[in-house]
Design a protein around this ligand. Sequence first.
Ligand code: 13P
Ligand code: 13P
Ligand code: MG
Ligand code: MG
Length: 388
Amino acid sequence: MSEKPKITVSVIKADIGSLAGHHVVHPDTIAAATRILAEEKSKGTIIDFYVTNAGDDLELIMTHREGVDSPKIHELAWNAFKEAAKVAKELGLYAAGQDLLSDAFSGNVRGLGPGVAEMEFVERPAEPIVIFMADKTEPGAFNLPVFRIFADPFNTAGLVIDPKLHDGFKFEVFDVFEGQSVTLSAPEEMYDLLAIIGTPARYIIRRVYRKKDNEIAAVVSVERLNLMAGKYIGKDDPVAIIRAQSGFPALGEVLEPFAFPHLVAGWMRGSHHGPLMPVPQRYAKCTRFDGPPRILGLGFQIKNGRLVGPADLFDDPAFDETRRLASRIADYMRRHGPFMPHRLGPEEMEYTTLPAVLEKLKDRFVKVVGEPKTKKPILETKMLSHHE
Ligand code: 13P
Ligand code: 13P
Ligand code: MG
Ligand code: MG
């Protein structure tokens, strides 16, 4: 066993208000959060930090030796968001304090509004990591790319040709409705895994471990703000940390799934599907119909806890075609206007007038004679096999 102390990487994010609607943070709020983290760094609470934004989400990337779920680290993140929210209120920014559900910190930011991805590990001699930050989508948006990175040999050549990856990975999947998780192993249980993670609003890949030695490989924030608050207050814009190279997928294997702009939930009012567009930092702002949903990827090396970097990973013409395709998909989806599947299903919408409309119309619905009343909505009935 290594004598080296473990390092923790914490990415904690919140939307504390934004400029001209929901599209981008204001630089003064970044400065306010930076000031708090700089003070904590000088006190030695954290080793290093980087503050940035994905659209209207303020992102705190921190390294320290306090482990995951540390009250000390969560409290300083909370204080940074509070300070930034104070500035947002002074500037009259839109939805100032949006994700801070409570006024009082109680030991852990989880459940209070911010999204959290944290992992603790012994640093390798060279420790490349990627921090992904998305806006206008939900944690389950990572299911498809994370599956492909760690389980799909057509994405990750290393699963086939690198002896260190060849045993595969384990996936801890979290059920956000029941608050329980299940761990499945790929490739053996790949079809079971896909059967559940194909429902990304409910089953979210939360952590990935290398099977051979249980080494942590990836972690995704699973906070679903709307479920916590019980009403719409933002679409749970998620973050993820993924380790790369030597025993993990290569950097290019980690980025490759994002070359396909898959459809995710969370665009416009948190109530529409749209393509996930990989963008450099300068395009990490959501203007077209408040989107389309975007993802930013920053690459760092970690050395004795120091964050070396970042590299702006999607700032590459090799992703231009993806962005163009995402724009075309955006056009196509937009032409559906208020119709599903552009608009989310009734159970997933963040804003909805449906109950009010149904209430208003309830006395105007007339029973159609001779038409049976089915007990359950047709979509919920059991699918029968052709042989039954
Ligand atoms: P290098 O030989 O440049 O380290 O690259 C290895 C690799 O895995 C690139 O995908
Ligand atoms: P955020 O969740 O990013 O604040 O977006 C709100 C929204 O619905 C914009 O259309
Ligand atoms: Mg917002
Ligand atoms: Mg957002």
